[in-house]
Design a protein around this ligand. Sequence first.
Ligand code: NAP
Length: 280
Amino acid sequence: MTARIIDGKQVAEALRARIAAQVATLAYKPGLRVVRVGEDPASVVYVRNKDRAAAACGFDSATQVLPEATTEAELLRVVRALNDDPAVDGILVQFPLPGQIRQEAVINAIDPAKDIDGLHPLNAGRLASGAPGLVPCTPQGVMHLLAAAGTSVQGARAVVIGRSVLVGRPVAQLLLAADATVTMAHSRTRDLAAECRRAEIVIAAVGRAELVRGDWIAEGATVIDVGINRGADGKLVGDVAFAEALPRAGAITPVPGGVGPMTIACLLENTLKAALARRG
Ligand code: NAP
């Protein structure tokens, strides 16, 4: 058996098309504001891609670029002004931030109703307690990919490797909310291979190239690889040994071209959701 490859680009494109169609029915353009501090090259590219995707979907999107030497107080003033601006539905402050600014202070300052990254403690708490709210983008993307793969989540045994606030934890909570039986694995998990072999769904969000070997994958399991690692040859590789897993899995995401393309589409989905919640 060879696994079906879950095409993240295609799934993201379909999601963006659905968002654009819904935005076209609104009497206003949902407002997205991205704040970038400094010139981190990866952030420059990522923010440019966000702007393009947002404009293509009919959003009112703009990016504010602040100098590298911006103080925390200055950035918080910018965030509060966006909180108070009625034309703004979603605020995204691009990370990483320069060392003088505490990420946590910025997350806490964003109006939870405009927190399209879903990282504010209020939104994290809502997710943990099973209440509706804004959900972090990459985990939401994972759920879309499972749906696109036709994987039945209800009642399934799922293993999430990684317990970060950004990815692992929210993925586990979303799976739980969808009635999976969830195991959260991490660096102290005693026998990771055995945990994976029991799973019908494996989500790898670790950041260790090809940690998950092919013989850890149960026949027919769905494998979603969130990891992005740079191999010795400079190429991007995931957390899963893709070539080994391919003959065993039922469906699998590639790296690149799996989870990565979903993140921006889910950011737009969150902005639309925030706009609908605020403006009706
Ligand atoms: P992170 O904050 O570094 O968390 C990594 C997690 O992996 C931790 O919970 C850690 O366990 C666990 N871990 C580390 N080594 C392990 C091992 N040998 N066995 C089992 N678990 C282990 O990373 P993150 O922000 O969650 O990101 C994870 C990966 O996803 C990275 O490669 C990142 O680049 C990628 N990512 C991709 C996207 C996308 O759009 N595709 C978005 C976000 C992140 P402990 O808690 O015990 O330390």
